[in-house]
Write a protein that binds this ligand. Structure first.
Ligand SMILES: Cc1cc2nc3c(=O)[nH]c(=O)nc-3n(C[C@H](O)[C@H](O)[C@H](O)COP(=O)(O)O)c2cc1C
Ligand SMILES: CCCCCCC(=O)C(=O)O
Length: 360
């Protein structure tokens, strides 16, 4: 059958299978670090549940013999509008670390954002993919020289993603309970080549403010600057005022402040302000190709995955990405969308608490 032509692994048919595989393979301390979040995990669960509240309204009798999922990010073509969010320390899950993840992004033609806390150098990771768009996530660290050092080693990246939701780390109970610690030989080559893991300078600058930081970054970089971790309409307006190139609506996958709303709901609120003024992307809770289509219908131009890629390190990151692409293609065919630009808000309704479907 046409939809089944692209054979996947029968043991891992969806991202949930990938999660199960990774979860039995990883030591509990790292499994819980990846899978969980802070306090009661309210936001983590709501991120996923929000995708279920939005319902797809298929258009009938559209010729879907040919489906084009291609899109672009930072002016570079990608096979579909998905990228890898920055996630720290891939070597905890696989000895090849970010080089393995990057290889999978390159093989499938999608974008990748590297974490400041990557366990491979930016240069080694980006050497895997000459044609895909890379970006580097950065936190403003207490020692601005280390922050700049990180930027300087950008290795062909097209953008900087400034994380703005981590003045401190969220209270993750699993890390206390499991007495989380890093292997003694773990390094962060992109921030620590001239500093020690024990130096206070490598931790976040909780006093950072955008009015001062963005001009400082512009003076020191000619890359696009995106904000990652925006959750309010007034902060979207501030980002536009400061001339940011893009925004990622993100709550860090429900790993920082527990109790913030699902990113899909925040996207719905913020998209009317952002559209046409600043690029708008989303992450947190994406587990299926249909989730991607819902975010696009709410006016995101790009989606990112965090945990799904990390789970892939146990069984195959490429497999995880292919699963999402296959599901997006099937969703588009069944919904009557021939290309990414066909996906708009007319394809979604939202299920209200009274059980009635409402148009957006
Ligand atoms: C294990 C792990 C490590 C992460 N490390 C970082 C990081 O170093 N910098 C950052 O900005 N976000 C980090 N994030 C957040 C991701 O970039 C992303 O926002 C989140 O994972 C998206 O949600 P999802 O996991 O539900 O897809 C991390 C997430 C996970 C799961
Ligand atoms: C001091 C190392 C901190 C790495 C934090 C990575 C991250 O953002 C996460 O969500 O975990």
């Amino acid at each position: 059958m046409a939809n089944r032509a692209e054979e996947l692994d029968p043991d891992v048919c969806c991202i949930d299978d990938l999660k199960s595989r990774a979860s039995v393979q990883l030591p509990q301390m790292y499994r819980d670090y990846y899978n969980e979040g802070p306090m009661d995990l309210l936001t983590l669960r709501d991120n996923e549940a929000a995708f279920d509240r939005y319902k797809i309204r298929p258009k009938i009798l559209v010729d879907v013999n040919y489906i084009d999922t291609s899109s672009e990010l930072f002016g570079t073509k990608v096979s579909f509008p998905l990228g890898l969010s920055p996630t720290a320390m891939h070597k905890l899950a696989h000895p090849d670390g970010e080089v393995a993840t990057s290889r999978a992004a390159a093989a499938t033609g999608i974008s990748m954002v590297l974490s400041s806390y990557s366990t491979c150098s930016i240069e080694d990771a980006t050497a895997q993919g000459l044609e895909i768009p890379y970006a580097m996530q950065m936190c403003v660290l207490k020692d601005r020289k280390i922050t700049l050092h990180l930027e300087a080693r950008r290795g062909g990246c097209k953008a900087l993603f400034l994380s703005v939701d981590n003045a401190v780390l969220g209270k993750r109970l699993n890390e206390f309970r499991n007495k989380f610690e890093l292997p003694v030989d773990m390094t962060w080559p992109n921030i620590l080549s001239h500093s020690s893991v024990h130096s206070d300078g490598v931790y976040y600058d909780a006093g950072m403010n955008l009015e001062e930081t963005i001009p400082w970054l512009r003076d020191n970089s000619n890359l696009q600057i995106w904000l990652k971790g925006v959750n309010r309409a007034d902060d979207v307006q501030l980002a536009i005022k400061l001339g940011l190139d893009g925004i990622v609506i993100s709550n860090h996958g429900g790993r920082q402040l527990d109790g913030v709303p699902a990113t899909l709901d925040v996207l719905r609120e913020c998209a009317p302000i952002a559209t046409g003024k600043v690029h708008l992307a989303i992450d947190s809770g994406i587990r299926r190709g249909s989730d991607i289509s819902k975010a696009l219908a709410l006016d995101a131009s790009h989606c990112f995955i965090g945990r799904a890629a990390v789970w892939g390190l146990a069984k195959g990151v490429e497999l995880g990405i292919k699963i999402l692409l296959q599901e997006l293609r099937i969703t588009m065919a069944l919904a009557g969308c021939r290309s990414i630009k066909d996906i708009d808000s007319s394809f979604l309704s939202v299920l209200q608490p009274n059980g009635i479907l409402a148009k957006l």
